[in-house]
Design a protein around this ligand. Structure first.
Ligand code: MD6
Ligand code: FE
Length: 209
């Protein structure tokens, strides 16, 4: 594996997946999306998110008028498809020894979609990392600190890049400011797909918070 970069404690592996590996992961994720279609979640306040989401694994992350949380079923009622082996292999490569991920959140960026600065803190075992895989169009990834409102830095994430948020940086604020449309021909119809792999439950097998 090439050398990783670091930004405010977030470890980024540029080009960890080559083109054929990206195509293999994408093909598996298109199958996930065929079974569990991406939907634009609605916030508690009724505002639709610009990113469309689905998931694989025991849990998916959803948001609706009742708030956001992990659920064992897609909003349309089906169980989430299993996490593809091609995706689990990336987790094993960058997070050896970690627990097995229980959620692969699939974020689909099209038509100017962005993601505001947030923390990933809905998981019960914060000793476990979140691993993110970027596919398709390049995206400007902003990373801040543990406190909201502190200084931030940015890095372009390209198709095949893998980012790991873990350890002391597990709760850093991060988001996607913009996506460079048309910068990649990987995804049919264009756009960007980001996969984030997470352990959701506590180490003793309890429920998510
Ligand atoms: C994205 N990523 O790249 C959004 N979260 O589209 C995330 O929100 C993220 O990249 C946790 C860990 C890594 C990430
Ligand atoms: Fe996140």
């Amino acid at each position: 594996m090439a050398q990783p970069l670091e930004l405010n404690g977030v470890v980024v592996w540029p080009g960890l997946l080559d083109r054929s590996e990206q195509e293999a992961v994408l093909s598996d994720i298109l199958e996930v999306m065929a079974v569990a279609p991406p939907v634009h979640p609605v916030t508690r306040w009724g505002k639709s998110m610009s990113v469309a989401m689905t998931a694989a694994g025991r849990f998916g992350w959803i948001s609706d008028r009742r708030g956001y949380r992990y659920e064992e079923h897609h909003p349309q009622g089906m169980a989430w498809p299993p996490i593809p082996a091609s995706v689990l292999a990336v987790w094993e490569a960058v997070a050896p020894g970690a627990r097995t991920p229980e959620c692969c959140l699939v974020n689909l960026y099209r038509n100017g979609a962005r993601m505001g600065l947030h923390q990933d803190r809905d998981e019960a075992d914060l000793s476990q990392p979140v691993v993110s895989i970027s596919l398709g169009d390049e995206a400007l990834f902003r990373v801040g600190g543990l406190q909201r409102g502190g200084p931030t830095g940015s890095i372009w994430l390209r198709s095949g890049d893998v980012a790991v948020i873990g350890g002391a940086a597990r709760l850093v604020h991060h988001g996607i400011d913009r996506v460079r449309e048309g910068s990649s021909d990987l995804i049919p119809g264009g756009g960007r797909i980001n996969l984030t792999l997470r352990v959701v439950t506590s180490a003793d097998g309890g429920a998510a918070p």
